[in-house]
Design a protein around this ligand. Sequence first.
Ligand code: SAH
Ligand code: SF4
Ligand code: F3S
Length: 453
Amino acid sequence: MTTNTNKRVYVETYGCQMNVADTEIVLSVLDKEGFSPTEQIEGADLILLNTCSIRDNAEQRIHHRLANIAHHKKRKPELVVGLLGCMAERMRKDLLTEESIVDIVVGPDQYRLLPELVSEAQYGERGLAVKLSRVETYDDITPLRTEGISAWISVMRGCDKFCTFCVVPFTRGRERSRSLLSIVDEVKYLSDHGFREVTLLGQNVNSYRWEERDFADLLAASAAVDPMMRIRYTTSHPQDMSDKLIETMVEWENICDYIHLPVQSGSNRVLELMNRTYTVEHYLERIDKIRELIPGVALSTDIIAGFPTETEEDHQKTLQVMCEVRYDGAYMFKYSPRERTKAWAMGDSVPEKVKTRRLQEIIEQQNRISLEKNTEQVGKTSEVLVEGPSKRDPAEWKGRTRENHTVIFPKGDVDVGEYIHVNIGRATSATLFGSQVDETGKPKVIPLELAIR
Ligand code: SAH
Ligand code: SF4
Ligand code: F3S
């Protein structure tokens, strides 16, 4: 195909974990064509932005970034700039205007074409590849992962739910699952290469289906590979949160006790307008079942403030459902109208000021709950998977509990990828702090030379 050798590609990834996983596929495709990844934008021969369209501000960021990258292109006209991901899929040829510095626009199902498109762009030919596929899963491509202990595995692509606010079904296309065996093989490969944690990814992961197998079967098959490998998954839809799935989590020790289960709103009227296909009652019943079977489980959610026609009463119901569930964490957003979605036609009826105030109330309440819940952990001992130095202080290390809480502790003699026990001494709304103990809860004796720093 192309004759590129020793070329350097610089990628920035925006949006959700699906994009993070896709970037690893893109790097793998380009690696075969002689492109090696670089962290330095200066000197790159190819700059790629893997973009997100979920809210307007995600797209604005990209426009700003492109304006910024323009001066690199001015200095080095042979530089190729590519836009990948959801914004590429949504805006298509609108991104290739005369004044635009973008050379290639490639949607999420067309990354196999990248080498060809890049090669043509090097000869001045602009390229557009945005066809969505009913079958593309990149099943046979081994992602080019950066070293670490945690890996993402895309197990399904696309979404068929068509929540009325959401652009994903338009940017990612129809739902399709990878074969169960290929996923299990990938877990085996990762286990053999020192990875300690795998997160199974999909926009709607619990509607995974491969022949007669459902998501619970996939989870069990993945967990069976290596008892020392932690298994996580995201994102689940409340409608597909089956008893079988919860029971599978109980059955396998290494499936982590953490579920991200977006509720979006606490008002049935709004949920119906959103086409979320469940009621608050169904949602709370699922939460009860999860807590009954997995008592220490951690739960997080997504919330949208200011969906069209949302009243003060609807908003209060959202605050109420958050109080009832008492989430460990939440991702909270202001509603942003997206073209082509059904909600687009409903208008953007909640004034900006009201949206801002409602979002603020939601955030403040969640912070309070997170702090209360984290404070409940003080005095308890948790199993922590060691990830490495914390950002603030290299002598302080960080890791995560099975419930996905971040824990900071003095390094001592531990190494990345080890499982240790940490006794929690204090908490903020975002982080737990503790010190290493042995399995019985006694402080670990740290060798003197390591204790002095
Ligand atoms: N597939 C996942 C997540 C999709 S995107 C799910 O179904 O939950 C992540 C979150 O972004 C959504 O859960 C929703 O809370 C938020 N979101 C999606 N579209 C949005 C929009 N138009 N405005 C504001 N928030 C939005
Ligand atoms: Fe979007 Fe709904 Fe699909 Fe999630 S389930 S990706 S919110 S359409
Ligand atoms: Fe954004 Fe696309 Fe993910 S819109 S959230 S990058 S699926």
